[in-house]
Design a protein around this ligand. Structure first.
Ligand code: PRP
Length: 211
């Protein structure tokens, strides 16, 4: 049996993803008592898991260091990696949105200053609207930008809306709904097809059952 290398995103999304995989029979006891190790294998189930930064999952899968990965749709839209998107896991749901100060009005005629961790998604969105923008690429705490006058608006992930609310900001426009996806390396999908299809089918069934 082929061993599948699976990249999990560190954090809440990865933990939920592992819970789904475990429920499908792909458990790995070593991963449940991790210590500081990063790789965990269950040879009986043919799986080897490793934790990586959420934004790095697609890189591991694209380059074949992982056969499969769990990644947010935001990362796929931002980096456009050459991978197969096999399944919408319908969890880790949030949305990509434009947000600004309450009562924000677009300063028509001026270049719109947009702070974001997602320059590609931002560029694509405003290109479709033919809106002239200046992207300010930040790495975190994006909500600060409009408050301090660094930008007019932000493009960011909104999950519960708490961060926006607590900083007197609000959603101005929705861009796209986001959820976690199962992705595969394109060669692994050919050469480890049976193992990958088995996991894909079991996860798909589980997604349907928990709807
Ligand atoms: C994300 C996102 C928002 C927040 C949204 O930030 O960038 O700041 O979560 O969640 P909410 O709608 O439930 O409040 P993250 O926690 O990844 O930290 P960051 O500021 O470092 O990007």
């Amino acid at each position: 049996m082929d061993t599948l290398n699976i990249a999990l995103p560190k954090g809440r999304l990865g933990e939920k993803a592992y819970a789904m995989l475990k429920a499908c029979g792909y458990d790995c006891p070593a991963l449940e008592d991790p210590g500081r190790r990063l790789i965990f294998e269950n040879p009986e189930k043919g799986v080897r898991y490793f934790w990586v930064k959420p934004s790095d999952v697609a890189i591991y899968v694209e380059r074949g260091a992982a056969d499969l990965g769990i990644v947010g749709k935001d990362i796929l839209l931002e980096y456009e990696p050459d991978v197969y998107e096999l399944l919408d896991l319908k969890m880790g749901k949030c949305r990509m949105a434009v947000a600004g100060k309450k009562n924000f009005r677009d300063p028509v005629g001026q270049t719109l200053k947009v702070a974001t961790k997602f320059p590609n998604i931002t560029r694509n969105f405003y290109n479709t609207k033919c809106r002239d923008i200046d992207i300010i690429h930040l790495n975190g705490s994006i909500e600060l930008a409009p408050i301090l006058g660094l930008s007019h608006v932000i493009v960011d992930i909104v999950e519960t809306g708490t961060t926006l609310r607590e900083n007197d900001l609000e959603v101005y426009e929705e861009i796209v709904p986001i959820s976690a996806r199962l992705i595969a390396n394109t060669s692994s999908y050919q050469f480890k097809d049976q193992a990958i299809l088995a996991i894909q089918e079991r996860l798909a069934r589980q997604v349907e059952e928990t709807r």
